[in-house]
Design a binder for this molecule. Structure first.
Ligand code: SAH
Ligand code: AVI
Length: 332
């Protein structure tokens, strides 16, 4: 019996074409930008794992402690037969959810969705070997494009989106994604969302500019991905790492800073990119939330907040599909 199955919607050719498109648009713009999903090749995922263990990066530890404390009650309410996890990455958080399933019954199926096929395969196989799930149906895809490819439900469903990865999307894209999540949920299903909270600028800044320089390497990795996939000639090591907290927008921004005036060739796109000294490429936004902003964001997408667990640094929101008025249902 095939207990690990992967549907691949993002293969090398697809990723390369999407990257080519984004590089043309982002590095051709007057204010240069790149989408953060390209951080996560094998090296980028490994760097992210190192970030989660840094003393300054409190997010992962805070979320894990909240899961340890509250997952039993969350799962007692959700009673899932399957968990669909967006941006799943490593299996650490699913293990915590599985541990809390004790007494609720085994998980029939785990459906992780991630752009990084290798990380999904390693996580899926490890979870099967540990015996916590009956079947893994991985979806190698972009959660902004491929949520309609999630297989039909195998029973009560919990959709989990942890780690505050939703915060890497701007408000309009978050709304679209949450509407897509809403479509994955039947009447008794639940959505579990992990979000980082607005807090002291010092703590936020340190989390994205650690003393050991791991976040800087993670940031530079996006240039290495472009070098490898598109034959570009970025001197990644020469770019500076710059993180800034924008209180008005409630987001930490990461930028790469050009060290000198120079031109970079992107061979496969027949493109040259000009940089002035100090010019930046905006590579990531990491939006931060409050309980009120989470409730409003969920409500706007047809989701109702049922539970809110927090240690004041991080928040875990459990939501159900809201009952839509007839007029809203017609418009949806
Ligand atoms: N959920 C894990 C991992 C967070 S890192 C945790 O909380 O620790 C973000 C993960 O999201 C990575 O595994 C990355 O590959 C994935 N990811 C980022 N953008 C994505 C996208 N657009 N579609 C699918 N997966 C994405
Ligand atoms: C995955 N995501 C939620 C991380 C974040 O905190 O925005 C990615 C990251 N960027 C820098 N450090 C970690």
């Amino acid at each position: 019996m095939m207990r690990y199955h992967a549907d691949v919607h993002v293969d090398d050719a697809f990723l390369r074409a999407a990257l080519a498109d984004d590089v043309r648009r982002g590095l051709g713009a007057p204010e240069k930008w790149l989408p953060p999903k390209y951080f996560y090749d094998g090296a980028g995922s490994a760097l992210f794992e190192r970030i989660t263990r840094l003393p300054e990066y409190y997010l992962t530890r805070a979320e894990q402690a909240l899961l340890d404390a509250h997952a039993p009650a969350i799962l007692d309410d959700a009673r899932p037969r399957e968990i669909v996890e967006l941006g799943a990455g490593s299996p650490a958080k699913l293990r915590r959810l599985l541990a809390a399933l004790n007494g609720v019954g085994p998980l029939a199926r785990y459906v992780p969705v991630d752009v990084d096929a290798a990380t999904l395969a390693a996580a899926g196989r490890a979870l099967l070997a540990e015996g916590g799930v009956g079947e893994v149906h991985a979806v190698v895809g972009d959660f902004e494009r491929h949520l309609d490819r999630v297989p039909p439900p195998a029973g009560r469903r919990l959709v989990a989106f942890l780690g505050s990865t939703l915060g890497n999307l701007d408000p309009a894209r978050r709304h679209t994604l949450l509407r897509d999540v809403r479509r994955l949920l039947g009447p008794g299903d639940r959505f579990l969302l992990g979000v980082d909270l607005v807090k002291s600028p010092c703590a936020l800044h340190a989390a994205y500019d650690d003393a050991a320089g791991v976040t800087a390497e993670f940031n530079r990795n996006i240039l290495r991905v472009i070098n490898r996939r598109l034959g570009a000639e970025f001197d990644a090591d020469a770019f500076g790492h710059y993180a800034r907290w924008d209180a008005e927008e409630a987001r930490v921004e990461m930028h790469l800073v050009a060290p000198v005036d120079h031109t970079v060739r992107v061979r496969d796109l027949d493109m040259t990119v000009e940089f002035e000294t100090g010019e930046t490429i905006w590579t990531e936004s990491s939006y931060k939330f409050t309980r009120a902003s989470v409730e409003a964001m969920l409500g706007a997408a047809g989701l109702r907040l049922l539970r809110w667990d927090t240690d004041d640094a991080f928040g875990l929101a459990l939501a159900s599909p809201a009952r839509l008025a007839v007029a809203q249902r017609r418009a949806a």
